[in-house]
Design a protein around this ligand. Structure first.
Ligand code: IPM
Ligand code: MN
Length: 399
């Protein structure tokens, strides 16, 4: 019996959560999954009424659940930051949800703003570190209100924080099992591996260390190897020479030691966003710091069809995880039965997957993929269906 805490939250949050719970109930019935839910009225309304954002007693209760399902936080009458920091970020930090998992997948029939890109071209995952970096709130101001005012926000990156994030990302890449063939120029190799085409070889990348793959071809120019998957580190080593040198070393040390069969790719964050638009098919799994992950996943969301479809999981692999649609509370559409519930439904699917209900999660995704081709658009008010109709279509498509 799973215990799930539900926080519908603000704006359109309750509308999309309703559809997510509808699909959850249907798939649970189909697959014989037992669960119960408890709803919490956290959000802007409660704050305006009582002044409470996230009472300690509620946080203590949240710790007793198996998972948390969240709609959205953010209210037009509440100053920006209060609810976001007080509910979302506080839960992410206090429950040590140190991974923010954001799959970027173009479902069939969904309009993609990128020219000539199809579902097979856009299918990767961003692993965003979720407990450190510019999000720790360390910093301050000096000379406030004067022409010389100074604002400081500290980018905190720790070796244990990086390592646990990297380990999750490497393991995910291994689980995805997306084999690919990569070319490595001779100049990037410490030494050309022994000529053993067709065999598994170890090779030393000049500045990245040991990796392992099946040798496909070899010439003076370099080698081609089939690797078991690819993890891209997205950072900014050319400017952030302290923090990102740390990420770089941690990445290659762990990879060479524990995951040599995973090809270790690297892209600066500015190049990463360029590749998202030009060559999204390049990516398999991307691992990055909190701040970069926040930014690149909004671009990720838009290339997969928008915030109406993008889902995320705040994951504590050893504890309680929280799942949410990436979109906000969308005050403009509140109460209109017009918002797209797919992101929230996909978030419920991710929740099932993380709870270990892999078949149920796959069933939810298959049902989503059966319904997206029938929708006119992924945008609120333009779907050709209401919010609740999309939920019903997905329920009916469940197998
Ligand atoms: C997100 C959001 C949050 C973040 C905000 C609302 C604090 O943008 O989940 O990506 O920056 O993480
Ligand atoms: Mn964001």
């Amino acid at each position: 019996m799973y215990k799930i805490a539900v926080i519908p939250g603000d704006g359109t949050g309750p509308e999309v959560v309703r559809e997510g719970l509808k699909v959850l109930a249907a798939v649970a019935k189909l697959r014989g999954i037992q669960y119960e839910t408890v709803t919490y009225d956290l959000g802007g309304e409660r704050y305006l009424r009582t002044g409470e954002v996230l009472p300690d007693s509620v946080l203590a209760e949240l710790r007793t659940f198996d998972a948390i399902y969240l709609g959205a936080v953010g209210h037009p009458k509440v100053a920006p930051g209060i609810l976001e920091k007080g509910i979302l970020l506080r839960t992410r930090f206090e429950l040590e949800q140190y991974i923010n998992l954001r799959p970027v997948k173009l479902y069939p029939g969904v309009d993609c703003p990128l020219k000539d890109k199809r579902p097979e071209d856009i299918d990767f995952v961003v692993v965003r570190e979720n407990n450190e970096d510019l999000y720790t709130g360390i910093g301050g101001v000096q000379k406030k209100g004067t022409p010389e005012e100074i604002g400081i926000q500290v980018m905190v990156n720790t070796r244990p924080g990086i390592d646990r994030c990297l380990r999750y990302a490497f393991e995910l890449t291994r689980r995805r099992g997306r084999k690919r063939t990569v070319s490595i120029e001779a100049g990037d190799l410490a030494a050309l591996p022994a000529d053993a085409v067709g065999k598994t070889v170890e090779f030393i990348h000049r500045d990245r260390g040991k990796m392992v793959g099946k040798l496909v071809a070899k010439s003076e120019a370099g080698i081609q190897v089939e690797v078991a998957g690819m993890l891209t580190l997205c950072a900014k080593t050319n400017v952030l020479t302290y923090t990102d040198d740390l990420w770089w070393r941690a990445f290659h040390e762990m990879g060479a030691r524990d995951f040599p069969e995973i090809f270790r790719d690297y892209a600066h964050v500015d190049a990463t966003v360029m590749w998202f638009v030009k060559n999204p098919e390049w990516f398999d799994v991307i691992v990055t710091r909190n701040m970069f992950g926040d930014i690149i996943t909004d671009l990720g969301a838009i290339i997969q069809g928008g915030l109406g479809v993008a889902a995320g999981g705040n994951i504590n692999p050893e504890g309680i995880s929280m799942f949410e649609p990436m979109g906000g509370s969308a005050p403009k559409y509140t109460g209109k039965n017009a918002i797209n519930p797919i992101a929230a439904i996909a978030a419920a699917g991710m929740m099932l997957d993380t709870l270990g209900e892999h078949e149920a999660a796959a069933a939810v995704e298959a049902a989503i993929m059966a319904v997206t081709p029938k929708m006119k658009s992924m945008n609120a008010g333009k779907m050709g269906f209401t919010t609740s109709e999309v939920g019903d279509l997905i329920v009916n498509a469940l197998r």
